[in-house]
Design a protein around this ligand. Structure first.
Ligand code: SF4
Ligand code: SF4
Length: 304
């Protein structure tokens, strides 16, 4: 579906209202990302149906529809989104790096877009494209404490001829990719491969206070190491690709399962608090309306 709106509407409805997640989905030659990660419209284009507007996860986000398209199922867990399996694992190296290494070894990807910290202040991440696992920095949830326009890396990879590109990002990056997959503007995102989300309470963007996704609900596999002992992580497997990377990592003995039915209460509680607080923020900011979110009554009543 395409909405007949373009960059001036993106500015008015998202950027100037402070809703922007600094994700980079609106990437376009008429847009530049500033040092703080926020997009700036450089000049007006002639489009009346803008790729930028239609790619942005903060113009409108129909979560039940996107979920149906991506997974063919709806969530049973209102807080963590749809997943087919949850496991607690142990890994000697940072789990994200382990999965990237396995993905390269098994040619699931020809490259990866990973966050590169460029300063100590928010928003500090820029995309770095790697073609070998050893080029990735150590990737833990600390790397994504602050966000940045990482989706622009997918476009850069596409333009340089890469064919199968993974992404490590915050939940909002995968909301952006889901939104982009739902319109027929973008050819660059057809190269997306294994999407690894690190669970996120806030990432330093102004729009974080209106964000409802803690668990990376539109990734292939989500990871949390919050409050766990070193080397341990909870993985939520959401897609067949997510399951494949888990199986490959287990077969290669790179990781070990500690529990097939891990305690999820802590992360569910964090996700619930984020959703409730940020829905309240949205209602305040949008004068009693729920803003960009399109939730069905079941989703909403489960939260309150
Ligand atoms: S939320 Fe993402 S797509 Fe929307 S304006 Fe901000 S950077 Fe662009
Ligand atoms: S809270 Fe996290 S997932 Fe949400 S917009 Fe901020 S960085 Fe993105």
């Amino acid at each position: 579906m395409k909405i007949e709106k373009a960059s001036p509407d993106l500015e008015a409805e998202v950027i100037f209202k402070g809703l922007c997640a600094h994700c980079g989905a609106c990437n376009c030659p008429h847009i530049q990302y500033q040092e703080n990660g926020e997009p700036k419209i450089l000049d007006a284009c002639n489009e009346t149906i803008g790729k930028c507007y239609n790619s942005c996860p903060r113009t409108s986000l129909n979560i039940p529809e996107l979920e149906g398209k991506m997974f063919g199922k709806s969530r049973e867990d209102e807080y963590l989104g749809y997943y087919s399996k949850a496991v607690l694992i142990k890994s000697k190296t940072p789990i994200v790096n382990t999965l990237i290494e396995i993905a390269f070894k098994n040619t699931l990807v020809d490259s990866y877009v990973v966050p590169k910290n460029q300063s100590k202040k928010p928003v500090n991440n820029v995309p770095m494209i790697i073609s070998k696992a050893k080029d990735a920095p150590d990737l833990t949830s600390r790397n994504l404490e602050y966000t940045g326009p990482l989706i622009t890396g997918i476009n850069e990879a596409y333009l340089s001829g890469l064919k199968s590109v993974g992404l490590v990002g915050n939940p909002c990056h995968f909301q952006g990719l889901a939104q982009m997959s739902n319109n027929d503007f973008r050819t660059d995102i057809q190269i997306q491969s294994l999407k690894i989300a690190l669970m996120c309470a806030a990432g330093g963007a102004t729009g974080c206070m209106y964000c409802l996704d803690y668990a990376g609900e539109f990734s292939d596999i989500s990871i949390s190491d919050t409050g766990l002992e070193k080397g341990h992580a909870i993985l939520l497997v959401r897609t067949t690709l997510g399951q494949k990377i888990l199986d490959l990592a287990l077969n290669a003995k790179n990781i070990e399962i500690v529990s097939e039915s891990p305690e999820l209460v802590k992360i569910q509680d964090l996700a619930m608090k984020k959703k409730k607080n940020n829905i309240k923020n949205l209602l305040k900011q949008q004068n009693g309306k729920i803003g960009y979110l399109e939730l069905d009554l079941k989703n909403l009543s489960a939260l309150f």
